[in-house]
Write a protein that binds this ligand. Structure first.
Ligand SMILES: [Zn+2]
Length: 339
């Protein structure tokens, strides 16, 4: 049985070649964080090694069980913080990792039918590492399956991309996530609905968040902070810009998440202005949203959404985070700035 949920379009793509026992040599699994790329990768690793010949892995045989438990000697995951040589703080997949991998793929699989190499966060590969891998992708050994997982395919060398069959994971429909959460945890349907809404189609995120009550609390406290900043004066807004700039220097991903939270809030404000409250992401804060929307024109709301997107793009292209965030805060609409 496939463990991956909500990606039937991909299963339809891969099943015929799995049935023939002839998968592509390399697949590029593309999708946002926590959408299910690793689940799919392990499914594929099981599918090519499973003792049962149907395209879907049985999940029960020795091969499937050992892969699920991370004990299969032919299935290797290479990713940031996962290698032996550079320790947990490294931020690239280096040439040392690729050399180890190439050594392994030149040997016959030891306990299964296929050697499976999973690159988790393949965009973190250094150029030297990518070029070394490229040579092997150009002349792949038999019985080897490469799975490159990435949220940012543009960051990969075009030559690497062109050697892989691309599988794009799509956001899982909200109702399906709700259903999964209910069957996994039972209980509070209101909370499942909210998690499903906030997950933006990423089932893995929703499941992790469902197991950790702090996720929703933290989300709420960030929304409180956003409200304060929107209602506050320039001093407060600049202090906030500094805070997020600091966060950016320590943890880019976390700073991006904060800006995406802003983006979703402002999208909600626009939806309220357009009378489309059914589609809100933060519907549990309807009163706050309505009161904030009442003080804004549609034009102001649209302009600020554009500015948020520009800020995210500027941060990606290495603009000064503090400057970009200060401009954002300066142009944040609100009565107290004009006063
Ligand atoms: Zn099996």
């Amino acid at each position: 049985m496939w463990k991956i949920r909500g990606q039937d379009h991909i299963l339809r793509q891969v099943e015929p070649s799995l049935k023939l026992g002839q998968p592509a040599h390399a697949y590029l699994l593309v999708g946002p964080p926590h959408v299910g790329k690793m689940t799919l990768a392990l499914d594929l690793a099981q599918a090519v090694n499973c003792s049962d010949p149907s395209p879907a892995p049985c999940g029960d045989c020795t091969q499937c069980s050992r892969i699920a438990q991370g004990q299969h000697s032919d299935v290797r995951v290479v990713g940031i913080g996962k290698g032996a040589d550079d320790g947990p703080t490294r931020t690239v997949i280096g040439i040392g990792d690729i050399k180890e991998v190439l050594h392994q793929v030149n040997l016959k699989p030891y306990e299964g039918a296929f050697t499976v190499i999973i690159f988790d966060g393949a965009e973190a590969m250094s150029e030297e590492a990518a070029n070394a891998l490229l040579k092997t992708l150009e002349e792949p050994p038999g019985q080897v399956l490469f799975l490159l997982l990435t949220a940012d395919e543009d960051a990969l060398l075009a030559t690497i991309r062109s050697r892989c069959r691309r599988l794009r994971l799509l956001p899982v429909p909200k109702t399906q996530i709700e259903h999964q959460l209910a069957s996994k945890h039972g209980g509070n349907s209101e909370e499942s609905e909210r998690l499903a809404r906030l997950s933006r189609g990423c089932l893995g995120w929703a499941i992790t968040a469902g197991e950790d009550p702090q996720v929703l609390e933290e989300h709420d406290s960030q929304l409180d902070r956003l409200r304060e900043v929107c209602q506050g004066g320039l001093d407060q807004r600049f202090a906030y810009a500094g805070e997020i700039a600091n966060l950016f220097s320590k943890d880019r991903q976390a700073a991006h998440q904060v800006l995406y939270l802003w983006l979703r809030w402002w999208r909600d404000l626009l939806l309220i202005k357009e009378g489309a409250e059914d589609y809100l992401q933060n519907s549990h804060r309807l009163d706050d949203l309505r009161s904030a929307a009442s003080g804004l024109s549609t034009g102001e709301t649209v302009d600020f959404i554009k500015l948020l997107l520009e800020t995210l793009a500027a941060l990606d292209s290495n603009a000064s985070p503090r400057l970009a965030l200060e401009i954002l805060m300066l142009r944040l609409p609100g009565a107290s700035v004009r006063a």
